[in-house]
Write a protein that binds this ligand. Structure first.
Ligand code: MG
Length: 385
């Protein structure tokens, strides 16, 4: 079996999501997805740049093909960023081909499953009120718990806070801190002690500010406090983590196993959150998860993908021992998000009661709904043309 073509489509979700299709000479095609955060233009361009290296390869040699792309393009930035994001989307599509060719679900190709269902946390953003009011956070929290979610995440970093002294520095002041604590306290009160609660700071603070926030939230039994600092300096994160009882999580802005090696060896995190369609793909995420397992660190992947990328990531989450909980970030785009694939059980969504059941069909186990893909295709990119 040989790869004969690599094509992309870009659909509206979390900005612009890039979908990848790998075609083979045997008529089998596999589908993957790259993380959307770098913008579709860059990712589609990078996939085009890598295309010639893929043509003629046997797509079932997933890891060899992945490593070949990195080695052939060693001066093109295969350590991080857009290169690795594009590579991740390609890798997910390779696994779909390999699974379909073998007649096996991806989780089985990855060594089999530890669990049938993947627990999700609902990313609740700023709550139901775009201004991020306490009541809007409480309303959304209650709604998601009623919908079956056992874990939630809220954003409490507010770059437009009226009391902010400086729009650019990384500090937090007392008024901002009070707003943060008020929101977290109200949500914790509303959901009780048995629903897990994570808080995201989006890499916006310096060490003293991160410590103030972490200390102020210690009484709320957080599942984690996410990215309190910018991603580059692991030693700074060690300083924050060593000073607080609040569990620290980071990793969505790290790439490949080397990005996580230092973080884990330095003791910078209690939880890691690689983004699987961004950090290198399913096999690389498995290596990262195994590295984390050596440090007894749970694996809680960041995820902002359509149901295609979400389901691919779920196969990897099924195949590792230290899976904790996976992000679900489609609350505000639910209807369109659900429409992108045909759910394996024929229902309208792959998400039920806060869980995804990993399908037993070959490959990723969900088919794109091409009518939905065409309906929400971003103009200018074509649809697998
Ligand atoms: Mg985050």
């Amino acid at each position: 079996m040989r790869i004969v073509d690599v094509k992309t489509a870009v659909v509206a979700y979390h900005g612009q999501a890039t979908l990848v299709r790998i075609d083979t000479d045997e008529g089998l095609s596999g589908f993957g997805e790259a993380n959307p955060d770098a913008g579709a233009g860059a990712v589609v361009g990078m996939i085009g740049f890598l295309r010639d290296e893929l043509i003629g390869e046997d797509p079932r040699n997933v890891e060899r093909v992945w490593e070949k792309l990195r080695r052939r393009k060693v001066f093109a930035g295969p350590q991080a960023g857009v290169f690795v994001i594009a590579l991740s989307g390609i890798e997910l599509a390779l696994w779909d081909v390999a699974g379909k060719a073998a007649g096996q679900p991806i989780y089985r190709m990855l060594g089999g499953k530890y669990r049938d269902r993947i627990r999700l946390y609902a990313d609740c953003g700023d709550g139901d009120d775009p201004a991020g009011s306490v009541s809007g956070c409480v309303d959304r929290a209650q709604r998601m718990v009623e919908a079956g979610f056992t874990a939630l995440k809220f954003d409490i970093d507010d770059v437009h806070h009226a009391a902010k002294f400086d729009a650019f520095n990384h500090t937090v002041n007392g008024a901002e801190l009070k707003t943060m604590v008020d929101r977290v306290a109200a949500v914790r009160e509303a959901i009780g002690p048995n629903v897990d609660l994570a808080i995201d700071l989006h890499a916006r603070y310096d060490v003293p500010s991160a410590c103030r926030i972490a200390w102020a939230l210690e009484d709320f039994d957080l599942m984690w406090l996410e990215e309190p600092l910018p991603a580059e300096n692991v030693d700074a994160l060690v300083r924050v983590r060593s000073q607080t009882r609040t569990p620290i999580c980071a990793g969505e802005n790290q790439y490949l196993r080397w990005g996580f090696q230092r973080m884990l060896e330095a003791g910078a995190v209690d939880v890691i959150e690689p983004d699987i369609p961004k950090c290198g793909g399913l096999a690389e995420a498995k290596r990262i998860a195994n590295l984390a397992e050596m440090h007894y660190v749970p694996f809680a992947p960041h995820l902002v993908s359509t149901p295609l990328g979400t389901m691919a990531a779920s196969h990897q989450c099924a195949a590792i021992p230290n899976f904790y909980v996976q992000e679900w970030h489609a609350l505000e785009e639910r209807e369109v998000w659900d429409s992108y694939v045909v759910a394996p059980d024929g229902s309208g969504s792959i998400v039920k009661d806060g869980y995804i059941t990993v399908p037993d069909g070959p490959g990723v186990g969900v088919e794109l709904d091409m009518d939905a893909v065409r309906a929400h295709a971003v103009p200018g990119y074509g649809v697998f043309e």
